[in-house]
Structure formats: structure tokens, C-alpha cells
Design a protein around this ligand. Structure first.
Ligand code: NDP
Ligand code: 2IT
Length: 450
């Protein structure tokens, strides 16, 4: 049995029913053969067995009272996965699908992503199976306060610093920050993605989407190409998708699709980004409202599509930017994209491509930027927010954006050079996984068996 199969088989015994977590582990381990073979210390030090096991997993009850006066109970999570490189860092997701498997897959990815940034941040992730959709502002506030009433004892500016993810934006971060401050009496940088009036960093909101597009730009530059004039399919219509579309327009490309959980908009003239911002950032409305203003744009409800495919990937375009959620791009979607001439896929979301879809992209000669490299701009800018908080400084938008561009270029160069070093030029999945792994694993070894 290969060590990958052995590890997955062991995890299935000790952590049953965690499909997304096994998928993320398998993808990383499949890349590590060359480095494990060329360097025996990683096996001697049992790095694989250690790295797949979180340092600590916190699961807790989140009771709260809804607007009808009824008691609701959700499950809360914080998985503190690896602190070899710094305090645990990673977002909080509020979505009804959240469970231990999803939080562990995200936390595991976060270890390697944070390592790739070159910054001093460990990996963690958390969240709750709370569905903010349809909840009043007061309900969301009460939920966030209850969530923080347990989480506060586990976090701190040098121990664990959560941020946003799906369903957690500036409003939720604000309510959680307020509750932490009330419980502890301390005004400190225990969350990132904070409001600009109270410790947030300029450009953090934009950072993940912008960073993903900077990564794509780097991939294309290395091929003596650019984003100028390219048509782009984007999925999602949340924080990452919106700011990916904004940067695409700034670099001369045209996003022609976006999507949400209920459907997909295809607008070959170019997505009206101001309208999407209005619908999603201000009104929390469905994208179906987009066609009231643009009757010529096409709207496909999610329910109209077969379960093995997604409408958003079925249009002709030069490039694709999955920015919604995990496993939103399947093998049949990947086949369709490749058949339609798409020559760049750059992942703003975490693990948006299924393993089979990712394998197809790697085997083709397109530019393929895996999420843990391409979407690292968000967490990297969170670290810039921590640096500003710790030094009591406030940097300009341009200062932060410059650093973000530099970090994304570095991540591309690191993944690209590492792929070459291990004889697989162009394979950024392998390059990102090995480079991310090597830095964490070496730090773990130097810190002893802890
Ligand atoms: P948001 O909550 O702002 O937006 C998520 C978007 O994806 C929404 O349009 C939502 O639709 C759609 N979506 C979410 N879940 C599903 C689902 N199960 N099926 C279909 N559509 C879905 O989240 P973000 O933009 O912050 O996150 C998007 C992705 O990017 C996630 O994978 C996240 O982990 C990743 N990411 C986020 C970072 C950040 O800084 N925020 C950093 C790095 C990665 P609807 O509007 O209908 O809910
Ligand atoms: O997946 C991610 O990298 C995030 N949701 C951002 C984490 C962070 O700490 O900014």
C-alpha cells in the first residue's frame, strides 16, 4: 500500500465520514512523493502522520434566541491545525453545510497556503452550521455574540486570529469583535477583516479577489501573454468573486458570468459589477434580479442543471475563475471548459475543482493556479492587518496593495520554481504543495516532537 493510501485508510478509521478532508489530504500527499523520496527525514520524523492531525479541535454549542423568541442551537467549530509557522490563522465559515469534515479540509489547506505566503502564520479554520440567509440583523448579531461567548477563550493576537469566509463578512466580524471586547475588556487584533474605523486594513476586503487575478496575471506573463482582452467566466457573487471581477476589468479583461446558490448569470457584454455589488453587498438579494435590468442576459436556475455539472462552466471563454465553493467544478465541467478553448483556470475559492477536474487541468497544457496558491492574497493581507495592529500603524491602500502584488508574485515564483526543481515544470499543484509542505515540515522538525 502506498503511504497516501495508508494515510487515507488510517484517517477513515480514526476520523470517519470526512470526505472533503480526505480529498484535501489526498491531493496534497499525491504531490509529495518526490520530496519524501529525495529526503528521508520527513518519514523518519513522522511528519505526514503529524501534519494530518490537528493540534487541537474545538467543538461547541451555540445557543441563541430567534426573533420569535424560540431557542435555536447550532454547532460551532475551531480547528487549530498547525502552529509551526505562527499563530493559527484562517477564516470562519457560517453556512448550513458546515461540519467537521469541511472545517478540517479548509484548515488543512490553510496550513500550506499560509506557508506559501512566506509570512509567520500557522493554519486554522472555524465556523458554524448557521444559515444567515433570511435571518434578521438582530438574529445575526445574537448568533455572533453567542458564538464568540465560547470562542473568545481560545483566541488571541499571538495564539489564534480568525477572519471571514463564506457567510462571514464585515458585519459579522464587527459583532464578534464587540463581544470579544466586552468579555475580555481588551481592544486587540484578535480578528482580521475588521471595519476601517476600528483596526481594519485598507484593501483587505479586495485582497482575495485582487490577489487571485494578480496570480493569473503572473501565470500569463510567464507564458508571454496577458489578461488584456480576455473573456472570463467567474462563479460566485460574494466577496471573492466581486473583487476578482473588479480587478479583471481594471486589467482589461471582461467577466461574462457570475453565480450564486440559486443560479447563474451569463452576460456576454460584460457583467454589470455595480449592479452585482448593489444586489449582493447592499440588498443580500438573489442574482435573478439582474435580468430585470438586463433582459438579454441569460439566467439559468441551479435546479435546471444536472448534478454532475454547472451552468457557469458551459460557456466559451478564455479563462475561468471559480470563486464560490468546494467541488463546484466537476470532471464534466472541466472537459467542457477545455473543449471550449479555455486556457487558464485560477481558483479564488478553496478546492473548487474536484480531484478528477484538477487532474484534467494538470494533464492539459493550460495555466492552472490551485486555490492554496491563487487565493492566498486574502490571508496574506490579513497578516498585513495584524502587522498594522501590532505596530499601531495604518497603511494606505496603495501600500497594502503593493505588498499584496509582491506576495502574489512571490507565491507564483516559488510554486513555479519548485515544480521545475522536482522535474514537473508548469505543474503548480505539485509546486505549491511541495513548497508549502517543505517550509512547515522543516519548522516542525526544528521545533522537535511537539
Ligand atoms: P461569500 O459568502 O462572500 O460568497 C460566497 C458566494 O458563493 C456566494 O455568491 C454564494 O451564493 C456562493 N455559494 C456559497 N456556497 C455555495 C454553494 N454550496 N453552492 C453554490 N453557491 C454557493 O464568501 P467568499 O466570497 O468570502 O468565499 C468564496 C470562496 O472563497 C470560498 O471557497 C472561501 O473559502 C474562499 N476564500 C475566501 C477568502 C476570503 O478572504 N473571503 C480567502 C480565500 C478563499 P449565495 O449568495 O446564494 O449565498
Ligand atoms: O480561506 C482563506 O484563506 C480565508 N478565508 C481567509 C483567512 C484569513 O485569515 O484571512
Amino acid at each position: 500500500m502506498t503511504y497516501t493510501n495508508q494515510t487515507i485508510s488510517d484517517l477513515k478509521q480514526t476520523s470517519p465520514a470526512q470526505a472533503e478532508f480526505y480529498q484535501a489530504v489526498e491531493e496534497v500527499l499525491n504531490s509529495l512523493d518526490p520530496i519524501l523520496e529525495s529526503n528521508s527525514k520527513y518519514r523518519q520524523q513522522a511528519i505526514i502522520q503529524r501534519i494530518v492531525e490537528p493540534e487541537r479541535q474545538i467543538m461547541f454549542r451555540v445557543p441563541w434566541i430567534d426573533d420569535n423568541g424560540d431557542i435555536q442551537v447550532n454547532k460551532g467549530y475551531r480547528v487549530e491545525f498547525n502552529s509551526a509557522l505562527g499563530p493559527y490563522k484562517g477564516g470562519l465559515r457560517f453556512h448550513p453545510s458546515v461540519n467537521a469534515s469541511i472545517i478540517k479540509f479548509l484548515g488543512f489547506e490553510q496550513i500550506f497556503k499560509n506557508s506559501l505566503t512566506g509570512l509567520s502564520i500557522g493554519g486554522g479554520k472555524g465556523g458554524a452550521n448557521f444559515n444567515p440567509r433570511g435571518r434578521s440583523n438582530n438574529e445575526i448579531m445574537r448568533f455572533c455574540q453567542s458564538f464568540m461567548s465560547e470562542l473568545y477563550r481560545h483566541i488571541g493576537p499571538t495564539t489564534d486570529v480568525p477572519a471571514g469566509d463564506i457567510g462571514v463578512g464585515a458585519a459579522e466580524i464587527g459583532y464578534m469583535f464587540g463581544q470579544y471586547k466586552r468579555l475580555t475588556g481588551r481592544y486587540e487584533g484578535i480578528l482580521t477583516g475588521k471595519g476601517l474605523l476600528w483596526g481594519g486594513s485598507l484593501a483587505r476586503k479586495e485582497a482575495t479577489g485582487y490577489g487571485t487575478v494578480y496570480f493569473a496575471d503572473n501565470m500569463l506573463k510567464a507564458r508571454e501573454d496577458s489578461l488584456e482582452g480576455k473573456t472570463c467566466l467567474v462563479s460566485g457573487a460574494g466577496n471573492v468573486a466581486i473583487y476578482a471581477m473588479e480587478k479583471l476589468y481594471q486589467l482589461g479583461a471582461t467577466p461574462i458570468s457570475c453565480s450564486d446558490s440559486s443560479g447563474t448569470i451569463y452576460h456576454p457584454n460584460g457583467i454589470d459589477l455595480e449592479l452585482v455589488k448593489q444586489l449582493k453587498e447592499q440588498q443580500q438579494a438573489s442574482l435573478i434580479a439582474y435580468i430585470e435590468k438586463y433582459p438579454n442576459a441569460k439566467y439559468t436556475p441551479t435546479s435546471d442543471y444536472p448534478s454532475d455539472g454547472h451552468a457557469v462552466w458551459r460557456y466559451c471563454a478564455d479563462a475561468a475563475f471559480p470563486c464560490a465553493t468546494q467541488n463546484e467544478l466537476t470532471k464534466s465541467d472541466a472537459e467542457e471548459l477545455l473543449a471550449n478553448g479555455c486556457h487558464l483556470v485560477c481558483e479564488g475559492a478553496n478546492m473548487p475543482s474536484t480531484q478528477e477536474a484538477a487532474d484534467l487541468f494538470v494533464a492539459s497544457d493550460i495555466a492552472y493556479g490551485p486555490g492554496k496558491a491563487a487565493n492566498a492574497g486574502g490571508v496574506a493581507t490579513s497578516q498585513l492587518e495584524m502587522a498594522q495592529n501590532a505596530s499601531m500603524q495604518k497603511w494606505t491602500f496603495e501600500q497594502v496593495d503593493q505588498q499584496l502584488q509582491h506576495i502574489m508574485e512571490n507565491i507564483f515564483v516559488t510554486a513555479n520554481e519548485t515544480a521545475k526543481e522536482f522535474g514537473q515544470a508548469g505543474n503548480l499543484v505539485l509546486g505549491a504543495n511541495i513548497a508549502g509542505f517543505r517550509r512547515v515540515a522543516d519548522a516542525m522538525i526544528e521545533q522537535g516532537v511537539v
